[in-house]
Design a protein around this ligand. Structure first.
Ligand code: SF4
Length: 689
């Protein structure tokens, strides 16, 4: 029996665990003393390894390469040589006929690790010659990255997960940490025990609201109006830190000009939050010696998400809550390695280490290191994954190489996404399970899973952590980066790596932010936070020391925008607002956790539609009754959960099931900057079956 150190693959909390292994089987998981989890795990950490033992899997594991030679034909098992040669030939032909930008690629924010994401974006940029590479950050915290890069200079959490429990005020906005990051939720409870004031802004009475000093139960879709009202109170009541604002920020006059129209009393009808509560919240927030703002998808999955992120960071700037311990802004990243996928340049606008693709010097540096002609590199920002369905339908996108993502379940407006996939000439899926997207692929490239390989993940607080291989893969599968390297070589760009560390050292050399994060240092320290620019640097627990921001002029940028209504509001036909949410026992599209017995038992039936008792009574719907939920785009069956924690006029569905998939109903109104869809708001109806 041996114990292998790993990092949980199920959320950005980055909890360390030990996988106990006997005869190439996982026996159990034990909590380890990680910086972020300190010997604690949630249910997913304890029971999320079961699928590795291959016991009665509900979703089949991909066990060998397969090709569908003709549209409408069957997937046929083939050798690796044939799969690589066929894929390379098809991609080359499409590139030659339609150009590099007709091919889309994705990295993965899940269990594959940073090294693979680096290799995937190198394949896109260095072999296909396109910046069309993206990841699921686009549909979650893309707005946090875009917003914070403008206001503060970096798109990540400013401080550490450990800081949360020492902060004296937590403003938790659109973030259900109990379901999303249970171990982070424990930090929130510890903060409360340490005397912190907790302010929750959420339309639902979520778990955290139960321990909150104030719960501002705003109406869905009004985030910008409430954030502006907060700003109004800080200025009007002189609660802001004038000295800090004068010294370290820009843009106060323009900010004041916008928020002056958002007196809490004037927007009460819009936000649904009583004015005195808005005022009290800001008095508490501004009076705290240290305050932290945390947010989740309740902020980012809206058509005006980037503006709201900028508005939230402005609250931190106005009160001087940046540049020191136990304060800051915390967009708590969802998937376990979504921070890492962004760090590694699986973004259409940035190389690894957040270096801009439109900067000629940066392109020249990467071209030289990769041994390619700089003139072959794409000098424009690439396509985002949410733009692919539209472009495919228009005939502008021809091929899609998808690694570790399941857009046919997790993207908004699945009817539209399906049409986009039908219009594509060639779809390659590299994954571990026969997901909904793998089912329509022309080529399946089966990969090893977390547990069957090692590597480096980045957790939500910028911390790089190594995870080790626990068992040998049982099937005819390969490591993700090995598959990509074989494809690159077959397409005429020789690519070979012997191990993860070779890749890691190559990317370190190219990324000043990460240069000092060696494998040895991660081994010794366990968790090294970027920036870590030199070999003797021990990492950065909090950004913007002494309030020096990474913006062009070194100052924090204050920002407010007029509130815009969501794209589709309720009417007589579709009188309710649908908001998608997460289920605590499952992860993403559920392919991994849905194949773990204990987690399956916890939630063994396609999700629910949560509805307020008053709305349920009006519609004559009983608790646990099967109902139709319909929108202008589709109709699904779900089971009603009549729940008094739900606000009037809104219903909530989990996105983790393909039966009763809520994304059949959602709409893809995209934020104009980040191109993130408004999955938190569309109009629906509920009717009896
Ligand atoms: Fe920790 Fe998140 Fe894994 Fe739970 S799911 S054990 S909170 S990393």
């Amino acid at each position: 029996m041996k114990k292998i150190t790993s990092v949980c693959p199920y959320c950005g909390a980055g909890c360390k665990l030990k996988l106990v292994v006997e005869k190439n089987k996982i026996i159990r998981a034990e909590a380890a003393d990680g910086v972020t989890n300190q010997n604690e795990l949630c249910l997913k950490g304890y029971y999320g390894w079961d699928f590795l033992n291959d016991t009665k899997l509900l979703t089949p594991r991909l066990t060998q390469p397969m090709i569908r030679y003709e549209k409408g034909g069957k997937l046929q098992p083939v050798s690796w040589d044939e799969a690589i040669s066929y894929t390379a030939k098809r991609l080359k032909a499409i590139k030659e006929q339609h150009g590099p930008r007709s091919i889309m690629t994705t990295g993965s924010s899940r269990g594959t690790g940073n090294e693979t994401n680096y290799v995937m974006q190198k394949f896109a940029r260095g072999v296909l010659h396109t910046n069309n590479v993206d990841c699921c950050a686009r549909v979650c915290h893309g707005p946090s990255v875009a917003g914070l890069q403008v206001t503060l200079g970096n798109g990540a959490m400013s401080n550490s997960i450990g800081d949360i429990e020492h902060s004296k005020c937590l403003l938790v906005f659109g973030y259900n940490c109990a379901d999303s990051h249970p171990i982070v939720a424990r930090r929130v409870i510890k903060a409360k025990e340490n005397g912190a004031k907790i302010i929750v802004c959420d339309p639902r009475r979520i778990e955290t609201a139960r321990i909150a000093d104030q719960h501002l139960q705003l109406k869905n879709g009004c985030n910008m109006a409430l954030v502006n009202a907060f700003g109004y109170v800080l200025l009007e009541e002189n609660l802001y830190d004038k000295e800090y604002v004068a010294k370290y920020t820009d843009g106060l006059d323009a900010y004041r000009e916008v928020v002056k129209g958002y007196a809490p009393e004037d927007v009460e009808h819009l936000t649904g939050v009583p004015a005195h509560m808005v005022r009290q919240a800001m008095r508490t927030f501004a009076a705290a010696p240290s305050a932290t703002i945390m947010w989740g998808m309740g902020v980012t999955q809206f058509g005006q998400a980037v503006d709201v992120v900028k508005g939230l960071s402005s609250l931190a700037l106005l009160t001087g809550n940046l540049g020191r311990e136990n304060v800051g802004v915390g967009p708590v990243r969802g998937q376990n390695n979504v921070q890492g996928a962004c760090d590694m340049g699986v973004l259409p606008n940035q190389f690894p280490g957040y270096q801009d693709v439109v900067d000629p010097e940066v392109r020249a540096k990467f071209a030289k290191a990769w041994g390619i002609n700089v003139d072959d590199m794409d000098d424009k920002v690439g396509v985002r994954i949410t733009e692919v369905p539209h472009m495919a339908i228009e005939g502008e996108m021809k091929a899609y190489y998808i690694m570790g993502e399941d857009p046919l379940q997790t993207e908004a407006d699945l009817g539209l996404v399906r049409k986009g996939f039908e219009a594509l000439d060639f779809v390659v899926v590299q994954d571990i399970f026969m997901t909904k997207t793998a089912e329509v692929a022309d080529v399946i490239l089966p990969a090893t899973s977390w547990g069957e390989h090692g590597g480096v993940f980045t957790c939500a607080d910028r911390g790089f952590q190594r995870f080790e291989k626990a068992i040998d893969a049982k099937y005819n599968v390969k490591r993700d980066w090995e598959i990509i390297s074989l494809l690159a070589t077959e397409m005429g760009y020789p690519m070979h790596y012997d191990n993860n560390q070779q890749i890691w050292d190559e990317l370190r050399e190219l990324c000043p932010l990460f240069y000092g994060v060696t494998y040895e240092k991660m081994g010794e320290m366990g968790h090294v936070q970027w920036p870590c620019p030199t070999l003797d640097h021990s990492g950065t627990p909090y950004l913007y020391k002494d309030s020096k921001f990474d913006t062009p002029n070194g100052k924090g940028q204050l920002f407010a925008a007029e509130w815009r209504a969501p794209a589709e509001v309720p009417d007589a036909d579709y009188p309710l607002v649908l908001c998608t949410v997460r289920e605590v026992g499952h992860y993403s599209c559920r392919s991994m956790t849905g194949n773990c017995a204990a987690l399956q038992t916890l939630a063994d039936e396609p999700g629910f539609v949560q509805i307020n008792p008053t709305d349920a009574e009006l519609l004559n719907i009983k608790d646990k009754q099967l109902v139709w939920v319909s929108s202008r785009r589709g109709k699904v069956i779900s089971r009603a959960e009549v729940n008094e924690r739900i606000n009037l006029g809104s219903v909530y569905m989990t996105y983790q099931w393909w039966i009763g998939a809520c994304n059949e109903l959602t709409q893809d109104n995209l934020d104009p900057i980040s191109k993130t869809p408004e999955t938190k708001y569309c109009a629906v109806n509920i009717s009896q079956i």
